[in-house]
Design a protein around this ligand. Sequence first.
Ligand SMILES: *Cc1c(COP(=O)(O)O)cnc(C)c1O
Length: 465
Amino acid sequence: MLDPTTKEQRELWTYLTQELQSFLDRTSDYPVAPSLDQSEVRAFLQSDVLEAGVGTKAAIDHVILGMKNHTVHTTHPAYYGLFNPRANFPAILADTITATFNPQMAAWSHAPFAVEIERLLIQQLGDKFGYQTIDGVFATGGAEANQTALICALNSHFPNYATTGIAGIAGKPVLYCSTEAHHSVLKAARASGLGSEAIRPIPVDNFLAMDCNQLKINIEQDLKRGHKPFMVVGTFGTTGTGSIDPLLKIAQIVDNYGLWFHIDAAYGGALALTDIGKRHVAGISKSHSLTFDIHKWLAVPMGCSVFITNQDQILSQSFRTTTEYMPKDASDLDVVDPFTHSIQWSRRFIGLKLYLSLLTFGWNGYQEMINRTLNLGDYLREQLLAAKYKIHNHTVLPVVCFSAPESEKSSAEICQHIVNSGKSWLSIYPVDGTSTLRACINNHQTESSHIDDLVDLINQFAKTS
Ligand SMILES: *Cc1c(COP(=O)(O)O)cnc(C)c1O
């Protein structure tokens, strides 16, 4: 009843793949950002045909046209935005395979191949981050992975938390992250019943990284007041400026006070996959857990992230429940049912996007791509400095926050001009009270010629009165 005939399905696959491939071939021909006209978008929606439907071909045409005309094309090589990648081709195929087989990943016995793939990937990733003992779970994004971390930290520090909740804790639980940490930590604190006041925002130093003296002072103050510090979140590659918190120093402090150390490496964690980047990630292995988004630098479709921990009991302790209706076929085997490790219950086969990518080009392929992106970041910094722009952040990551000399246009004016031109997309980020232009290279198809075009575009506008 719900499907077209087999013959029609075959024709529709062919039609759809041709349409999608033509977008992949010609992404650069589209304006990076659409004009934001809400009434136009709403008028384009076909609310009037939803009772009866219009048939698959007309539906595909409608949706693809809408996606082309009313989307910021994060897949465009001149999109210098917020870590949103152009998905690599094998990963797009992977999502199609996942949708087709639709394996139920709650229980091992329903999808042993898929569950074991995710287990293998978690093991390999944990190993690359330098963990000895490795457990983990795929998550929909960094926000879910950070939420998982917070729940694990609560369960680890307050062993009765799973039963008695926050109310059972004698004192106010508090956690620490820098003022540049991602706001998903804030959301996690709210959603866990801690409230935003449980977060101590620690000031950053001149490198926009956590000030460890301030961290220590804050922990001491909280202890004196009878509060219950339980967790520090270090960021490896902040969203705003790509800064890296001093992980080794934080690890020392965390160790002294017996807290949980989580590292949010949603973006920057990709450095662990390259020989050049590895030396920057040394401190990660000193943590208890980390967040790493596959759907950022590793260029798979959203959402795909991992939470990894070296505490092999904590996920079970935090998420295990027993139910009568879940399958027990594998109860004699030494396997993990993902629903006992995850916030999610019914689970999409998230890991296939990474597995198919690795089967196609391997960790070696990722290493080459990441190194290339790092070089492009350096190239962008060189071009900007040569053109007399000021760079406001310090990072090896390809995120550059810059501004024009004061005599020229403001960052906001330049940003507006570039976004309106449709030729490129970047954003504004305040650094130390200065409004800067933030350009992040995150697309495996971006080349140095695109960087040249970006600097030319900015120059043409900024340097004309
Ligand atoms: C993107 C990001 C997040 C949030 O991850 P989502 O995948 O968007 O949920 C968390 N922390 C950092 C540092 C990030 O860059």
